[in-house]
Ligand binder design. Structure first.
Ligand SMILES: NC(=O)c1ccc[n+]([C@@H]2O[C@H](COP(=O)([O-])OP(=O)(O)OC[C@H]3O[C@@H](n4cnc5c(N)ncnc54)[C@H](OP(=O)(O)O)[C@@H]3O)[C@@H](O)[C@H]2O)c1
Length: 231
């Protein structure tokens, strides 16, 4: 069976959501995009790139996968019941400028995608497309096999879901690199070397391998083993 994502829903119509919508349309996918409010203000911009705008609910319905491109601090506004059973691609990162000071989103014991997964009980959350800046995503997309193609890391718990997201990443113009399970997504978050990485698959794998010996990696390992008190 040719398992792939054909209709992509995107929640968040800002810098990241718009670039990914554009790349997905170029790859032949059907793309529907939502913002927090009524879709009318983004309808023209989405039509211009070959996507369509809808409400959050309508974008979820009929999608093969839903990409989260809204501020992480707003994840609890997502309709968890409607997303039940769906493949959800979490591209969100904690950014204090947008999210405010949120110790819950920087706890080294838990990747932020695990928090999103806990809230979206019943959805299948995979972290991807969040470590590269939107301008690099726009500039660096290349066909499969092209010289100097850049890589995007993926972290998730279900092998089939990770494979589906890897196929999407490839379609969008990047070499997929599997980082590990959803907890490993912390290696792609702010504070880790791979965050912001605009590198090829060899270099990205090397960054992920270095994570355990990095300053952030040591903090994460200590916190997860219980040797660092959390207030
Ligand atoms: N910018 C990047 O280079 C980049 C790269 C990788 C990952 N990310 C991550 O991607 C996410 C979005 O970043 P961005 O730079 O694209 O932000 P942005 O330009 O500020 O866009 C945010 C979008 O999210 C929408 N939104 C806000 N609250 C929402 C809600 N409760 N429900 C649905 N939509 C909502 C906003 O729409 P309205 O406010 O109009 O409703 C807006 O369209 C962040 O988590 C960020 O960390 C960004």
């Amino acid at each position: 069976m040719d398992a792939r994502i054909r209709t992509l829903g995107i929640i968040g119509a800002g810098r990241l959501g718009t670039v990914i919508a554009s790349l997905a349309v170029a790859a032949g996918h059907r793309v529907r995009v939502a913002r927090s409010g009524a879709p009318e203000p983004i309808a023209r911009a989405m039509a211009a790139i070959g996507a369509s705008a809808g409400s959050v609910g309508s974008v979820i319905d009929g999608a093969d996968a839903v990409l989260l491109a809204l501020p992480l601090g707003r994840y609890r506004t997502l309709p968890a019941e409607r997303l039940r059973g769906m493949l959800v691609i979490d591209a969100m990162n904690y950014w204090w400028g947008a999210d405010g000071i949120r110790p819950d989103l920087t706890d080294p014991r838990t990747s932020t995608s695990e928090l999103v997964q806990a809230f979206l009980a019943g959805a299948r959350v995979v972290k991807a497309l969040g470590h590269m800046g939107y301008q690099d995503l726009e500039d660096e997309a290349r066909p499969s096999g092209a010289a100097e193609r850049k890589a995007i890391a993926i972290a998730g718990d279900g092998d089939g879901d990770v494979a589906l997201v890897a196929r999407l990443v490839d379609d969008l113009g990047f070499d997929p690199v599997v980082a590990g399970d959803l907890a490993s997504g912390i290696m792609l978050e702010p504070g880790a070397e791979a965050f912001g990485a605009d590198v090829d698959s060899r270099e990205l794998r090397a960054m992920l391998e270095r994570f355990p010996t990095s300053q952030r990696g040591i903090v994460v390992a200590r916190a997860r083993s219980g040797s660092l008190g959390q207030g």
